[in-house]
Ligand binder design. Structure first.
Ligand code: SF4
Length: 369
């Protein structure tokens, strides 16, 4: 099974922390969509796409698209790829775009899962992040969306300087009370060259506190476990049956095809990524070219990628899926983490404990070949 990702590179405004590829000018939206439709056709022989079980509209802000534009893209995908009848079709939406008309349009276009960028239910946090929506739009938008969709995930951010533990608990409690079946929760990361990075350097914004982030992550795991959510990937929690099929395929090294500027694709030992520039992307597609770079992963890079992604999942790293020599090296490297209670060995799988999850990237990097 494979997945297709479509990147919609437009946003109403720039969130301070964001380092995704997007433009706040919609000036070339029509040209960009024409280019995307062409890329859908040109990439139809991408390997591994015999059966597509998930389609994901990400960005940027796909909810800025008109319903007709979403329809056109899905129709074009259905025409050129074998999208299985029960495919998961997700669209990322911002709360300020959640209108009755859009929700109805998405539903009839075949969207069956929404990923909503809430981030916080507190007005002051949203202003601090420079989000385009308000706190009341988040609540009202979610209530409206739940009338049309039962498969909804929201993003929440913790570890922001103004987010006390009480506010963090209120954010999580509110999501649970609303009946949101899937949560993606991220510690605020200060990415280089973002407005947030600049504001912190100029001392206009307070820096993040890693201890606050660790403690809020531990609290989060506790609350959501109590509420019956599976912590199936380090940042992702789902009520049973509501895991993201699309994202799970990334973590299981399934092939995926990324369409649109900056989108990444993966098949076997090959990884490629489109240029992260709207104008260059449009011009290239007008000339029937796909502007991408490609990398062939070495065997060591492939195993390292597996270590990194599998350790982040609830199932962990399957020692039977690597060769004998690699297994011995991994067992030796993991021993000190098992002894210190950061890793568990469970039915031939290395699984991070709660405390281990706080150090996931470092542990994975230490086990790399
Ligand atoms: S809406 Fe999403 S993609 Fe756009 S700037 Fe904000 S975080 Fe980035």
């Amino acid at each position: 099974m494979a997945g297709i990702y479509i990147h919609i590179p437009f946003c109403k405004s720039a969130c301070h922390y964001c380092n995704f590829h997007f433009s706040t000018s919609l000036h070339y939206k029509n040209e960009l969509l024409a280019a995307l439709l062409k890329e859908v056709r040109l990439q139809q022989s991408f390997p591994g796409m015999e059966q597509v079980s998930s389609l994901y509209f990400g960005g940027g802000t796909p909810s800025l698209l008109e319903n007709e534009e979403v329809n056109q893209l899905i129709d074009e995908i259905r025409t050129h790829y074998n999208l299985v009848p029960d495919a998961e079709i997700t669209l990322e939406a911002n709360p300020d775009d959640l209108t009755e008309e859009k929700l109805q349009g998405w539903k009839s276009a075949g969207i069956n899962r929404l990923s909503i960028g809430v981030q916080s239910f507190f007005e002051e946090d949203l202003r601090w992040m420079n989000r385009a929506h308000t706190s009341s739009q988040a609540t009202e938008g979610l209530e409206l969306a739940l009338r049309y969709f039962d498969n909804i995930t929201i993003d929440l951010i913790y570890g922001t300087p103004g987010l006390t533990d009480e506010k963090w608990q209120q954010n999580v409690t509110k999501a649970i009370a609303l009946g949101i079946p899937h949560l993606s929760c991220y510690a605020l990361t200060v990415e280089p060259k973002t407005p947030l990075d600049k504001l912190i350097r100029k001392e206009q914004y307070e820096n993040v506190d890693p201890d606050q982030q660790s403690s809020q992550f531990l609290q989060l795991m506790h609350w959501l476990e109590e509420a019956g959510y599976e912590h199936y990937e380090i940042s992702n929690f789902a009520i049973p049956g509501k895991r993201s099929r699309h994202n799970s395929s990334y973590w299981q090294q399934q092939p995926y095809l990324g369409l649109g500027p900056s989108a990444h694709s993966f098949y076997g030992n090959e990884r490629q990524w489109n240029i992260a520039n709207n104008n260059t992307y449009i011009t290239a597609l007008q000339e029937d070219r796909i502007p991408f770079e490609k990398e062939i992963l070495t065997p060591a890079q492939q195993v390292n990628e597996y270590i990194m992604t599998s350790l982040r999942t609830m199932e962990g790293l399957d020692l039977q899926s690597v060769d004998d020599i690699q297994r011995k090296v991994l067992q030796k490297g993991a021993a000190k983490y098992i002894n210190s209670g950061l890793l568990l060995l469970r039915e031939e799988h290395l699984v991070l404990t709660k405390e281990g999850k706080l150090l996931a990237d470092g542990i994975a990097a230490d086990l790399f070949f």
